[in-house]
Design a binder for this molecule. Sequence first.
Ligand code: GLN
Length: 495
Amino acid sequence: MSIPLDSATELLRLQAAGELSAVQITQAALDRIAATEPQISAFTHRADEAAIAAAEKIDRDRSAGLPLGPLAGIPVAVKDVLCTRDMPTTCSSKMLAGYHSPYDATVVARLRQAGAVLVGKTNMDEFAMGASTETSAMGVTGNPWDPSRTPGGSSGGAAAVVAAGNCPLSLGSDTGGSIRQPAAFCSLTGMKPTYGRVSRYGLVAFASSLDQVGPMAWTVEDAALLLQVISGFDPADSTSLDESVPNFASDVAATDVRGLRIGVLRDSLDQEGLEPEVRRAVLEAIDVYRSAGAEIVDVSLPHSHYWVPTYYVIAPCEASSNLSRYDGAHYGYRAAISDAEAAERGPLLATYCKSRDEGFGAEVKRRIMLGTYALSTGYYDAYYLKALKVRRLIRGDFDAAFAQADVLLGPVTPSAAFRLGEKTDDPLQMYLCDLFTVGANLAGIPAVSLPAGFTAEGLPLGVQLQAPPLQEARLIRAGAAFQKLTTHHAQRPTL
Ligand code: GLN
């Protein structure tokens, strides 16, 4: 039988029915990875042996009648920004090449507890800074729909492995769109949860007030399964929310959208730079909801033109602080210092400077410099403090919008997947990929990207739904309803 590596739900059912074993599923995933890696290069580390061992344990537990977790025997890939005690954690940076974390991130520990089979770590933009996975020091990842194009970023590898049929689920992280944008580029469902819903313990920090871990899958149903496992309070993360987690499966089943107030972000549809095919996908999604009985209301987020400038002050400021730990002394890459260099600056300063110069790539250095500048005496008030005040206004916009609408509907990205190399020389063009996604991070609200069709060239398009804090369930209901009414999420690349 062919093994449905595109559906965790189906793989769980087939195992429960005794038609497939975890080892069979895992072997199929590893074979598929071996077949597609030459074209897409999505993994930074593959864990074939450990995966088979984990699958064998699931099969043994099942035949012994022991209780099994909700993801028993499901192959899952993890973005290389999450700490794993049995695999390297590199953040796709030379700075962390060869680094082995002594502990698992909480989300990784929860995956293991749930019986998931970890198949490897996925490529990303270096330290999650980028929108195409091209700032990686570990090579370029191709989009399974067209390997000459980017899968998006920064969780490009995590998106590519699901889209390539390697495994049904992956974990990404989203600081300014890094789950939702790759999901849109690869025709997946990708959710950024509410800030604090999912533990950040063991997530290598980029911008701590914005970072959040979340699920990627083909369908809302599968994404909800993974979200259920990773959500919930964690005392090891001081920003984790001590809130109960609803049973998302019941929201997947509750797909009646009659009376649901969908707020359409008209301003975003008139935004300069928005490609007509993306606009058309959003308009079609509005029609789908309208015909299903949802109430469509127009809402506006008046400060949305400040999202990108605000994000590109706050995120680099936090990054410059978080990345100061990579100094060549504590852990990670250490440059060799010549006697002359040591004599010139002193051995310690010479080690710091040269290690950081050689260990970080150009985009990471750009962010560190921007952030350090914006935080420095004399500029702090003008940039960082001002950005925090604007962030407050942006949050206020969302509060007002959610008084009128239950969820907000709009684009995820201004365009479909662009060609590899197309934007690498122009950081500003790359930053504009984040036009529609960074608002949710600045406001801390949950948002999901849903498959919404294809361009004339056959490239995936997405639409975004956003909801008030802790209302992931609403996104799941509205998203599952959309997938009941459309077939975009059922299309597969020919890779
Ligand atoms: N593209 C954005 C950036 O470069 C978002 C990245 C992310 O969400 N990790 O910062």
